[in-house]
Ligand binder design. Structure first.
Ligand code: FES
Ligand SMILES: [Fe+2]
Length: 398
């Protein structure tokens, strides 16, 4: 395993203190400072290809829906009825006809979010309909991927954050990709969301924990650190034939993707975007996975696979095989997340010791500590003091 990154000699290898992995008080701050104010990936435009199709997205106490209007335009709204706050659409994804009808008392909204009608209108005082539409959520569509942000925050546009990867990403033509049911993931894990990120942000464990992945690209894998909230990892396929059936078959069968430069035909490339998204570009498909915290000690990990629009039979088999490798990898990772998160509550836990190969975890932690310096405190602040302590540290650093 190699790293192509110059790492400073004297870096802090100790990681975040254990208490940051189970403090509900910190979790509240994380929701406010991180999850509400940073871009969240919702879905691909082709998942809501038809007019009236929608997908919902909940995080950090916020609820959103993205819907394609009758004019074909995609918009994002709070999934919150203006009458008394019910969800306006109740399923995770679905199809509306001409309107969204609130399931509580039946207020109706047009697909562009404007108020369409009120049940028993004459029982309300006179209302200006244009003031009572669904509230919009900030949205950006980047290469066919729909991102939303509930509150303004420190990030620039998605396009500018990821611009340094544009040339590498362009040949995959993300916008034309189509959703699939294969290899989708929606798992609830008994862990803090940072334990998911910690496992994901380093490849040191690949050799030991992921036999299949190691056979696929173990010797040619490297992680780059987080830079301004994004990261890149590349696995170049090994030459040697391995023992894993899926890996052997995958490498044998994978057809050449004519749109990709030579090197990318034998690579899996991952892009991380702060705080919780990983995008994987494979010659046969693209995938994403994302962690959605539910509390300080519970996290949903979800993911999906998208196929090429010109996928032929052979490419489909290759996608099936890469999905098998990925599913095994995810299962192996989830166990490690649980174990390392559990450890933070043990009386024997006295932090971690990172190798140079785990520098990506450290740089991710740096990003967190910049936003929430209270995470650098070795001891948990006194009950009720978290926000104030953090505020004081931010002021001191400013
Ligand atoms: S809460 Fe939606 S109609 Fe009453
Ligand atoms: Fe892993």
């Amino acid at each position: 395993m190699t790293t192509s990154i110059a790492i400073p000699e004297d870096w802090d290898r100790s990681g975040l203190p254990g208490w940051t992995y189970f403090s509900e008080e910190l979790f509240e701050l994380e929701c406010e400072t991180i999850f509400k104010t940073h871009w969240q990936f919702v879905c691909h435009v082709n998942e809501i290809a038809k007019n009236g199709a929608y997908v919902t997205y909940d995080i950090a106490g916020e609820r959103a829906l993205v819907i394609r209007g009758q004019d074909g335009k995609v918009r994002a709204f709070h999934n919150l009825c203006r009458h008394r706050g019910s969800r306006v659409v109740s399923e995770e994804r679905g199809q509306c006809n001409k309107a969204m009808i609130c399931p509580y008392h039946g207020w109706a909204y047009n697909l562009d979010g404007s108020l369409r009608g009120i049940a028993n209108k004459d029982t309300f005082p006179p209302m200006q309909a244009e003031k009572w539409g669904l509230k919009e959520v900030e949205m950006e569509i980047w290469n066919g991927l729909i991102f939303i942000r509930f509150l303004a925050g420190p990030q620039n546009s998605v396009a500018s954050i990821l611009a340094r990867f544009d040339a590498e990403i362009a040949p995959y033509d993300l916008e034309s990709m189509l959703p699939t049911d294969s290899n989708s993931m929606h798992d609830t894990l008994p862990v803090n969301w940072k334990s998911v990120r910690d496992v994901d942000n380093e490849g040191y464990h690949v050799r030991q924990a992921h036999p299949g992945l190691h056979e696929l690209y173990g010797n040619g894998y490297f992680d780059e650190p987080f830079v301004d909230g994004t990261s890149r990892s590349v696995g170049t396929f090994n030459e040697a034939h391995g023992n894993s059936w899926s890996v052997r078959k995958y490498r044998d069968l994978l057809p050449k993707n004519p749109d990709l430069p030579e090197a990318q035909n034998c690579q899996w490339i991952y892009f991380g975007m702060f705080p919780n998204l990983v995008l994987g570009l494979y010659p046969d498909s693209i995938i994403f996975y994302q962690d959605i915290p539910q509390s300080a000690t519970e996290t949903i990990q979800r993911g999906m696979c998208y196929r090429r629009s010109d996928e032929d039979r052979q490419m489909k088999v290759a996608r099936y095989l890469s999905g098998r490798i990925d599913r095994d990898t995810a299962d192996e990772d989830q166990m490690l997340m649980v174990w390392s998160c559990e450890a933070t509550k043990s009386s024997a836990y006295d932090g971690v010791l990172f190798s140079d190969l785990e520098y990506g975890v450290k740089t991710y932690h740096d990003h967190l500590r910049n936003l929430l310096p209270v995470m650098g405190r070795p001891e948990r602040p006194l009950q009720g003091q978290m926000a104030e302590d953090n505020h004081g540290l931010l002021k001191k650093g400013a």
